[in-house]
Design a protein around this ligand. Sequence first.
Ligand SMILES: [Zn+2]
Length: 375
Amino acid sequence: MTGPADEGRRGFLRLAAAAAAAAGTAPGAGAAATAPRGVPAAVAGRAASGPGFRWIEVAQLANGAPLRLPLHEVRGRRPGPTLGVTAAVHGWEILGIEVVRRLLERVGVDFAGRILAIPVANPPAFQSQSRYSPLDSQDLDHVFPGGTGGWVTPRIAHHITRELIEPADIFIDIHGGDHSCTVNYAMGSSREVALETGFPVVRVLTDVFRGAANLSGTTMGHAMSLGKRTMGFEIGAGYQADETCIETALRGVLNAMRTTGMLEGPPELPKQQWLVRNTRILRVDHGGLFLPSLPIDRLNQPVAGGTVLGRVVDPYTLEPLQTLLAPWERGVLMMHKAGIAMVEAGLWVFNVGDLATAEVHTGPHRSADQATPPA
Ligand SMILES: [Zn+2]
């Protein structure tokens, strides 16, 4: 089957071939001959302008395999700032990988500046489909800027810091929900940066982490400490609304490129955005079977205080254990659990923003479709 995505991919490959030719590399065979084993020829090789790819060697694992990070470096046709993008810092938060793939496919080399992208920032955690690395049980997002002499996870952080965060003028880290919770909101190093993402619900990073000190150790906190224009996206998971979340995040990356001159034109903003200051996370008090009360299309939508969001029942006795109610008189669902699932005590299931203390941004210049997940 062919379609728009296939057309875009072919365009990307044509641009890659053109860049290889401009660098004096024989198209096809020449690029393939220098490509690391298993690397698509289209992204192998280095050029003054165009796509490049290389592995960053981190360590050798006990089974003899190399632990390495994939670094895509794409230079645009004109000079400009450097954008750094990471995904899968938490290994099971995988939608950001697809955002990076679509970004590189969409922009080709027709931009100003340079893109540095590591689509899988935590390969051991990605391999084990978990948040943390199974090699040392550490959270990659707690150990930045990392170091060379410690466990494997801080070593990974060290290479990401040196190769991507430090050279970047703009840094974006893409996270997500878990296997059954779906999220869709963005964070920024300032109000302006948060709003320019174009997400319908945004937050300022220091509000999320309740102060700069609590950002210590995170990718975004380290980038902010270096003075970088920093964004964080929380998108998807739960196997619902994936396409909406991916496209919202892709628009966010393109908006970052527009506001910094890497792409022409103003950022695309939805008709309305909420900048949320206060949120409340709802957890499950007892393990059991979670039953949702609202469909996935309520993600990023207002929810009145007292609305039943979901229930937990005992799967053995079938007795009710907990009813989860929306906090705040007027709230907005930022994390939503819209599918039946087994839950364990303490699990996060909802995150609701307070609209009474939120800023509402609307305006006639805002024309992008509101990013509302399909029903
Ligand atoms: Zn995460």
